[in-house]
Design a protein around this ligand. Structure first.
Ligand code: PHE
Length: 437
């Protein structure tokens, strides 16, 4: 069966940027940066994003386009059975990520409802804390929103990957940027906003520690969607004319700009209202309402914000689910619809403990981590980096001539990239992981 391709280069950029830009930039980046103390963490995160992250993104696009198949099939076709283990790591990783991603994606639905009925419109930090706590801690409602989010993802994926996504991307990206700029303008004009900006940007290198390096790397890979084969699967739909470096630069740029904008939106508000920067996964949800209440037509902004966040999260979830269903479809020739339904059901089940770990199961911990934290840590800080090491080694040692051809680089920088894949990236990732142990 020949693969359908993206409607245009813009369509592809929007779709892959849609995979990258999501909860990673707007939900995860602000709280992980805040818990790691701001500035210095931001610098390390940016450095990793624009070096290893970008290189891995290019490798995934190139491998996917070269073979036009899912990750497992691609590594096997270009390498051999053993290399296909990298594809399986990616699939496992996507499975874990999507399970908790759907829970947090569900929160955007819960908050959209609370924006519509006006419950989020308060700037009392205690009220915002309990609004979040009582929702995510409830044993039932977050499971319902998790189910709805999973169902929406299912519907998009079942209709075939490119149609809906391209169209959604054309609304999402401009909408999100305009909205964020307005919210930032308000956030930056709150009293003492400058202290928040300083906390976000001013690096304090005395705070650097091994755990922070792993967090920065995991977050960089997570926000670019690299290391799990999702971008590889997207690249497999890409036509031959498109320049991979150009598309890769756009995707890296768009998603990183979104993350930095999210920081500028949240840090000043946190400081200005004396909210708790170490609030953890609730940070974005607990902070944004204070900005909405300070805007004319604030409720409208609240609704737009959570609606766009939901759309962004959905587009990322679609890339995760697509990667999961491609395996049984391509490898075992199973029909698309039942596979998609079956996988979504599994995702829903796996998400239940993640969701409950904010409520009734909060006390079940392993090495001090709840189920949710374990799933997040195992996928972002262990499996994505492992997938990254595998992908880099594969690109550098196994298929370098093909990579060079796909990327069509100027001769002068080819060796640098080759040795980045062969040695620099794998060693650095491994060092950061080992250092943390
Ligand atoms: N990059 C997505 C986000 O930031 C999450 C994601 C990770 C998607 C890994 C696919 C693969 O929301």
């Amino acid at each position: 069966m020949s693969r359908s391709q993206w409607g245009s280069k813009l369509g592809f950029i929007l779709a892959s940027a849609g995979s990258a830009v999501g909860l990673g930039a707007i939900w995860k980046f602000p709280y992980v940066t805040a818990t790691n103390g701001g500035g210095a963490f931001l610098l390390i995160f940016l450095a990793i994003t624009f070096t290893m992250g970008f290189a891995l993104l290019l490798a995934e696009f190139a491998i996917g386009r070269a073979v036009a198949s899912g990750a497992v099939g691609a590594f096997r076709a270009l390498g051999n059975r053993r290399w296909s283990a990298i594809g399986y790591i990616g699939v496992l990783c996507c499975f874990l990520i999507l399970s908790f991603y759907s829970v947090v994606g569900g929160w955007t639905i819960g908050y959209l409802v609370r924006a519509l009925d006006g419950r989020v419109m308060t700037s009392d930090s205690q009220a915002l804390g309990s609004l979040f706590g009582s929702y995510v801690g409830n044993p039932v409602e977050p499971l319902i929103t998790h189910g709805i989010f999973a169902l929406l993802t299912l519907l998009v994926v079942m209709s075939g990957v490119q149609k809906g996504i391209e169209r959604a991307g054309k609304v999402l990206m401009p909408g999100l940027f305009i909205l964020m700029l307005v919210l930032i303008a308000r956030s930056l004009t709150l009293p003492h906003a400058i202290d928040g900006v300083m906390a976000f940007f001013a690096p304090d290198f005395t705070k650097v520690n091994p755990g922070m390096l792993v967090d920065a790397m995991g977050l960089a890979f997570f926000h670019l969607s690299v290391g799990a084969g999702c971008m590889l699967a997207y690249g497999s739909y890409l036509d031959r004319q498109t320049s991979l470096t150009q598309v890769g630069a756009w995707v890296t740029g768009l998603s990183t700009v979104t993350a930095v904008l999210a920081g500028l939106m949240i840090f000043p508000a946190v400081v200005s209202f004396g909210l708790n920067p170490a609030a953890g996964p609730g940070l974005t949800y607990m902070t944004m309402p204070v900005v909405f209440t300070r805007l004319p037509f604030g409720q409208l902004f609240a609704v737009a914000f959570f609606a766009l966040l939901l759309l962004a999260a959905l587009m990322s979830a679609v890339s995760l689910l697509e990667q999961l269903v491609v395996l049984p479809i391509d490898e075992w020739k199973l029909p698309r619809k039942p596979v998609t339904v079956g996988v979504t059901l599994l995702i829903f089940l796996m998400g239940i403990p993640a969701s409950l770990s904010f409520g009734p199961w909060a006390s079940y911990t392993f090495h001090g981590k709840t189920v949710f934290q374990l799933m997040d840590y195992a996928s972002s800080n262990v499996l994505l980096p492992l997938g990254g090491i595998g992908t880099a080694l594969f690109a550098g040692w196994k298929i370098w001539p093909l990579m060079a051809g796909e990327l069509a680089l100027p001769r002068a920088i080819e060796p640098a990239l080759k040795w980045t894949y062969r040695v620099a990236a794998p060693c650095l990732i491994a060092l950061i992981m080992l250092y943390n142990l």
